[in-house]
Design a protein around this ligand. Structure first.
Ligand SMILES: Nc1ncnc2c1ncn2[C@@H]1O[C@H](COP(=O)(O)OP(=O)(O)OP(=O)(O)O)[C@@H](O)[C@H]1O
Ligand SMILES: [Mg+2]
Length: 345
């Protein structure tokens, strides 16, 4: 388990003082894939670097598997870092060393024999699917392959924790998916706790089970990913979620005064959203019949987050306003969120 308690960090430069972390507290359980999301400058990298003390907080505690690292000597910290692997956006490989030498690097000067190191390197290359590249150099690899080498190197000392700072930001979407799949696989196979820093909500959605949202040096919201999507509290969280859904096209259409969003008298433009085992599609025909209203679906979006359905519909509803209101109350009672985007009375 990783516990950060009241961690603060201020950077002083000649011209400015930046409070990069303000009393941040966070608990990351073993075996989790924990996401940290925030805009540029929010303090994500500073926070993740505090977990292995690459960045030393000014105050607070960093407790990793029961050890308060702030009380450790430099030698003890170095030893502890064996348990905490890290990968980076730009891979940070040694260009003049072979793939095998890169991966073996963390094992050097730790008393292993050459055979032990060779065996471990082979094992790690198999784990990340790069057996054939053992004698190549980083310059001969694609970005995705370089990150696989980065992952293999970070796992050389058998860490329980892997820290990933924007590990897929330099990769194309397809390669990103393959690296995320590899991370998920390693999380399962090795019961590896993975901490992922990103500014992409799609990454959080596709592999994390818990997420912390950061803004200006603070963790403003943290919960299971499903709960965050179902019930975001802060504006910035809602904005991040909006980037993962096509329903927001409606706001562009509204801004453009598109014909699609032009309402006739009595019509309402609404957003229905639901999460969990809800049956909104069946509800649509039920309320149509029950309240004598018509519902036109403009956009629909259904997603599965950690095996739970989550969806949304943008609808134009017509029929008497009184009946529309009754219909909205009816679906709200059944767990559907109703947001009126625009109404023509
Ligand atoms: N070594 C440093 N010296 C001075 N200021 C720093 C240093 N490292 C970070 N900062 C400042 O601290 C704040 C948080 O930086 P940090 O790198 O943690 O943000 P981030 O969320 O990782 O951003 P990005 O998404 O751009 O990587 C920023 O204002 C940054 O300029
Ligand atoms: Mg960063």
């Amino acid at each position: 388990m990783i516990e950060l308690r009241d961690v603060s960090k201020t950077f002083n430069t000649k011209h400015s003082t930046v409070r990069a972390l303000k009393d941040v507290s966070l608990t990351i359980e073993d075996g989790e894939i924990f996401g940290i999301i925030g805009l540029s400058g929010a303090g994500k990298s500073t926070l993740i670097r505090c977990i292995n003390l690459l960045e030393r907080p000014d105050s607070g505690s960093v407790i990793v598997n029961g050890d308060d690292l702030m009380k450790f000597s430099p030698a003890q910290i170095r030893e502890k870092r064996k348990d905490i692997g890290m990968i980076f956006q730009h891979f940070n490989l040694f260009r003049s060393r072979t793939i095998a030498e890169n991966i073996a690097f963390p094992l050097q000067h730790r008393g292993y024999t050459k055979e032990q190191i060779d065996d471990r390197v082979t094992e790690l290359l198999e784990l990340v699917g790069l057996e054939s590249k053992i004698n190549g150099y980083p310059s001969q690899l694609s970005g995705g392959q370089k990150q696989r080498v980065g992952i293999a190197r970070s796992l050389a000392t058998n860490p329980k924790i892997l820290l990933c700072d924007e590990a897929t930001s330099a990769l194309d979407p397809k390669t990103t998916l393959s690296i995320l799949a590899l991370l998920k696989d390693l999380n399962k196979k090795l019961n590896l706790t993975i901490v992922i820093v990103t500014h992409e909500m799609n990454i959080i959605k596709s592999i994390c089970n818990e997420v912390a949202v950061m803004e200006a040096g603070e963790v403003i919201e943290t919960d299971e990913v499903f709960n965050i999507f179902a019930n975001p509290k802060h504006k910035i969280t809602k904005d991040f979620i909006a980037t993962t859904s096509n329903l927001n096209k409606i706001y562009d259409l509204l801004a453009e005064n598109s014909i699609v969003t032009t309402l006739k008298p009595g019509e309402t433009l609404a957003h229905f959203s639901y999460s969990g085992p809800s049956v909104v599609e069946a509800l649509i025909s039920t309320i149509s019949a029950m309240f004598d209203i018509r519902l036109n679906i403009i956009f629909a979006d259904l997603d599965i987050i950690l095996d739970m359905p989550m969806g949304g519909l943008i609808l134009i509803i017509s029929g008497s306003k009184e009946n529309q209101k009754k219909a909205f109350d009816y679906v709200r009672e059944r767990g559907v969120k109703v947001e009126i985007i625009k109404s023509y009375d």
